[in-house]
Design a protein around this ligand. Structure first.
Ligand code: 5GP
Ligand code: MG
Length: 188
């Protein structure tokens, strides 16, 4: 059986280029956290994380906030095992809190075509929240099919398939501390 160090090394070898470093991510998370703390300083906020990719960003984000928050999760899948979006958004777990009359902030890992968040917005609006805003760690604005504009954005990315910081390829690489391009995906 491989040691933890060997596994980490093999993960790093799969990656061809680091697009966003750990330091860059951390400073963006602080910047977004500051803006969110300002915006909601006089409101009760429920943060909704999108499973699974959004968990890493959410975990970092809530710890830089200077306001109290409640946290819930929703689970959607739009990718399967491929690197191209299917267009279909499957909601397999809904939030558990009652958000009627509450301010909610949806936390996503990455916005690509905009389909997922657009569909989720419709879903949440039916629950009558007081307000709904969207926050994403990464954004690929050049890939939009639906003109969806998030309220809080971390780093803009080029049109390349990336992994790390919550983002996976076939469920792997979510634990990388940076965002990187995968070698085998590039040569496909
Ligand atoms: P959208 O619905 O905006 O097209 O994309 C939604 C989801 O696709 C994102 O939340 C993200 O999980 C996934 N996705 C989009 N681009 C990438 C990428 O480059 N790498 C990974 N791992 N997932 C991506
Ligand atoms: Mg996602």
């Amino acid at each position: 059986m491989s040691s933890e160090k060997e596994v980490l090394l093999s993960i790093k070898e799969d990656v061809s280029e680091i697009l966003v470093s750990e330091e860059q991510i951390a400073s963006n998370v602080k910047m977004i956290g500051f803006k969110i703390s300002e915006e909601y300083h006089d409101k009760d906020l429920i943060i909704v994380g999108i499973l699974k990719g959004g968990i890493v960003f959410l975990a970092d984000l809530i710890r830089v906030l200077s306001i109290p928050v409640k946290v819930d999760f929703i689970r959607v899948s739009s990718y399967g095992e491929s690197t191209k979006t299917s267009g279909a958004v499957d909601l397999s777990k809904d939030i558990e809190m009652d958000i009627a009359g509450k301010h909610i902030l949806i936390v996503e890992d990455l916005i690509d075509t905009g389909t997922t968040l657009w569909r989720l917005k419709e879903h949440f609006l039916q629950k009558n929240p007081a307000s709904i805003k969207f926050c994403t760690a990464f954004d690929k604005p050049s890939r939009r099919k639906i003109p969806f504009q998030p309220d809080f954005v971390g780093v803009e990315l080029p049109d390349r398939f990336v992994v790390g910081y919550g983002l996976d390829f076939d469920e792997r690489y979510r634990n990388l501390r940076h965002v990187a391009v995968l070698k085998q995906v590039e040569v496909e």
